[in-house]
Design a protein around this ligand. Sequence first.
Ligand code: CA
Length: 657
Amino acid sequence: MKRFLLPLLLLATAFCSAQEAEVKSPDGQLVVRVGTDNGLAYYTVMLNGQTVLHRSRLGFTADYGDFSQGLTLRDWKADAEDYDYVMTRTKASGAGVKAGVLTATFQNARQQPMQVEFKVKNRDVAFRYHLSPVSEGRPKSAVILSEASSFCLPEGTTTFLSPQSDPMIGWERTKPSYEEVYRADRPMTERSQYGHGYVFPALFSLPPAPSQGGEVWVLISETGVNGNYVGAHLSDYNPSSLREEAGSYQIAFPMPGENNGIGTTTAGVPLPCTTPWRTITVGTLADIVMTTISFDLVEPQYEASQQYRPGRYVWSWLIGQDESINYDDQVRFIDLAAAMGFEYCLVDNWWDQRIGRDRIEELSRYAQQKGVSLMLWYNSNGYENDAPQTPRQCMNTPQARDAEMAWLQRIGVKGIKVDFFGGDKQPTMQLYEDILYDANRYGLQVIFHGCTLPRGWERMYPNFVASEAVLASENVMFDEGAAKREPFDLTLHPFCRNATASMDWGGIIMNRYMATDNKSRHRRHTTDIFELASGITMQTSIQCVAMQPNNLGELPQFELDFLRQLPTTWDETHFIDGYPGRYVVLARRHGTQWYVAGLNAEPNTKKLTLQLPMLAGQTVSYYTDNRNGEPQLSTLKVDKQGRAKVEMQPNGGIILK
Ligand code: CA
């Protein structure tokens, strides 16, 4: 990694008037201005002269001072950054930060300072607050009561949002867990389902501006959240704001009822400190899909204790549910993983009771002989909810984790899945970090379920794999409504949930029916090629392939061959075509091999001419569905200009490789 700060800001990128400071992206197209208006601190964002955010508020209230009003802009300094870094487990193997930097210092009526730091990349804006002791070095600790930070989008903007749920509802009172339905193409004025606003990430489409070129999309999220702060979300749309003609969403802290009401909604911080980054990606859908802003501004929190292995896991529980958690079925799944060349087999809840610890040791030995490693499920535990599944009380204290993880390491288990967390209050954010830190000491990779959105964690924690934080595959199993919605969900997430962070959707599903006999209950509503392609469009460093042992004898050889060589780490990701919730085509590169994958959620055949410069002049393997939704493998010639004509069937997909 090379990292340097340019000592002097190029004057061209920092312009200051009496009341406003300005910072531009290196290409000059994205412009942020910061100032005050009647004592309220604000920022604005413009792309190529088009307003992306009207005056949106900056500030917070703390126990030691009110920084939400009575503010004046005291001074500012501008800078620039240019550095590259390496990633191993996200959408790209390398990324960089070339950004204009602005640090603005405001003061409140009591002359207490508040610093806001902005970084402006060509298509991303991020900002955070720097808090410092105010006078005579005191206070040295503070409570942040609320943030005034807001996002004031132009009138007519449409939304792609998932509501924040009521606390302590759902399965055994385990919500909120980022498992609500995203709604697409909705007006901002529509009230959220529960009246608690929306979870990150939040996707918006600006109304067309006739004088400007092209559509503008905005993805809002946050990154760098750990045990030093709370996880935030967006408030409901508030029609009144600094500007009369537009309203805004505001940063909202956790709800009092989360974690069974235990713990505050506020953040406790030592001074000096910095808050997490609020991130705003602006541009085309390609800019949204390809952004690395979640990872750009965070730092690894500890060294990896070893080189962690990406890969694929089989998972009996999706179709087999609790009944499949027995020794013999798990042997069959280990054999399946071995036959497919997969690295891992995840044994889900109740294994301590239904298989037992002694026989799990035996099972782990058996798996290792077959070249497969076990991953085991845990309940996060404690006071937060009523989830009854065991093992419990193994992950909620350092002593319990030490004992458990030492045992896991001794018997050769390589990963854990920890489920059912309490919410976004600060102690829960600390629990995620504690589990990850301890797991690294014992060589364990970690998947979280029933949990919050990971915020930069792929880079912060080298043994973090992915989180659920999505209305995931289990719902496709539970009810046919979700099975019918799967194409919508999986064509939305590349632009939103999965653009921000790795996602454990929980399975490329290969059974035709959601039952172990593969003929009862409801059917899967996607084609085989849709599912195979979703293995490329969904990003996580250990991908779940939720196939069943019976699929080995049922699927065409070319489907099995495809799954056997499915990569899960990517050097590059490119957006090719799509619209959130309707269809998506992405190209990802693993080593020298490109994979182009498309999914269609629309009711009609989608005929596209793709622009694939990376495959120009090549003849590639072409996986697609026929009109009956049956899988086909053929070849396709990409012309010298990189054009390829393809067809995606309804609920179908394509792969070119
Ligand atoms: Ca879940």
